[in-house]
Design a protein around this ligand. Structure first.
Ligand code: BGC
Ligand code: ZN
Length: 373
């Protein structure tokens, strides 16, 4: 079967190749689920893997099948798979797998303390940009048929879910925490999804990001009932003076210096969630006394998050369902840029690197797309 792969360590090595089709029995103890891949989303991680900034092949292979934002349909299951997953079920598989740390042993490999981590389509495990995959049922999450159109957004949604779920979890320390105002930094796919999740939890929303209007993503924020502020029109301190103080801030900009500005304006007892993977070497001058003092006197928290645990996939499914009810049609507006067929890997990478207007680039893997569902 066909797959899109790279030679890790070799820039621009993306290519189409033939790989063997997996069998449901490749997973021991009857726990296997075989999935026909329908769609796969791509993001900055895929771009950076093709640029050879990171990514590793599974031991014994000189290629890595890429793609970690999966969406597919179950075609076969082993005898030990629970009935919530059966042929025809729409599913999304998670990305990270256990290593040796205790966290992996309790199903929280997103919290691994190992130096080496295993992620399908990213590091040491093949991904989903292929025709079929098999997986242990514990890593496969069922979706209702009503999410057929937008289910490919689940994996990026889990980035927002984990960050916001953990913000609430951390704030249980405050006994009566009742957040009113959220600020999301960045208006790319993850920023938009974090904005959605914040609104679904009833928070007032401000999104602070670089582009000025006219800007479709700003319109999308307003459709959620949020306020969009361009960093060209106001500093974050000004935005906070007008719309804050913020109880919950979520960074998805990919621009690390903004984190220190956010730390300065975060409200008392607030949480600042960091979700940007910034692989560069940027440095910044910061107001360290001010930040330190406000964190101490304001009992503030800054927390990093990498996704995601089963609970975040499950709350992600719930929020996608809720989103379709509360903001009908909003999610599908994020699916701006389909690429048809694995053969078009060149166009996929080109859209990902050059198409400034794209929100989500994704590959329609199954030839007959959604008619196939
Ligand atoms: C993926 C996550 C992954 C992270 C770190 C992100 O692009 O969506 O699943 O944990 O990269 O590799
Ligand atoms: Zn990703």
């Amino acid at each position: 079967m066909k797959a899109i792969a790279v030679h890790p360590g070799q820039p621009d090595s993306i290519h189409l190749r033939e790989i063997p089709e997996p069998h449901v029995t490749d997973i021991p103890d009857g726990r296997g689920v075989k999935v026909k891949v329908l769609r796969v989303g791509v993001d900055g991680t895929d771009k950076e893997i093709n640029a050879a900034e990171y990514g590793a092949a599974p031991p014994g292979d000189e290629y890595l099948v890429t793609g970690h934002e999966s969406f597919g349909k179950v075609v076969e299951v082993g005898p030990a798979v629970p009935s919530t997953i059966s042929p025809g079920t729409l599913v999304v598989a998670s990305v990270r797998r256990p290593g040796t740390s205790i966290y992996g042993k309790i199903g929280l490999q997103d919290f691994t303390t190992d130096d080496v981590y295993y992620e399908r389509g990213i590091n040491l495990l093949h991904g989903y940009l292929t025709e079929y995959y098999v997986e242990d049922h514990q890593y496969v999450f069922p979706l209702p048929a009503t999410l057929a159109d937008v289910g490919v957004l689940l994996e990026p949604t889990t980035v927002a879910e984990k960050g916001i779920n953990h913000a609430y979890e951390i704030q249980r320390r405050l006994k009566v925490w009742d957040p009113a105002r959220a600020c999301v930094l960045g208006s790319g796919t993850v920023g938009l999804l974090a904005a959605l999740v914040a609104r679904l939890r009833g928070l007032e929303l401000t999104v602070y990001s670089l582009p000025q209007r006219p800007y479709r993503n700003a319109d999308l924020i307003e459709e959620l009932g949020g306020t969009y502020v361009s960093s060209r029109d106001a500093t974050l301190a000004e935005a906070s003076a007008e719309y804050g103080p913020f109880d919950l801030m979520f960074d998805a900009t990919g621009f690390s210096p903004i984190v220190w500005e956010a730390a300065e304006v975060l409200g008392k007892n607030g949480v600042l969630v960091l979700a940007s993977i910034t692989g560069g070497n940027r440095t910044a001058e910061i107001n360290s006394d001010r930040i330190n003092q406000s964190f101490v006197l304001g009992n503030k928290v800054m927390v990093g998050t990498v996704n995601a645990a089963p609970a975040d996939f499950r709350s992600g499914v719930d929020d996608l369902i809720k989103a379709e009810a509360v903001f009908p049609g909003w999610l599908s507006k994020l699916l701006t840029t389909p690429v048809y067929g694995l053969e078009n890997y060149d166009e996929m990478i080109r859209r990902l690197t050059e198409d400034r207007d794209a929100i989500k680039v994704y590959v329609e893997v199954a030839s007959n797309g959604r008619n196939d569902i």
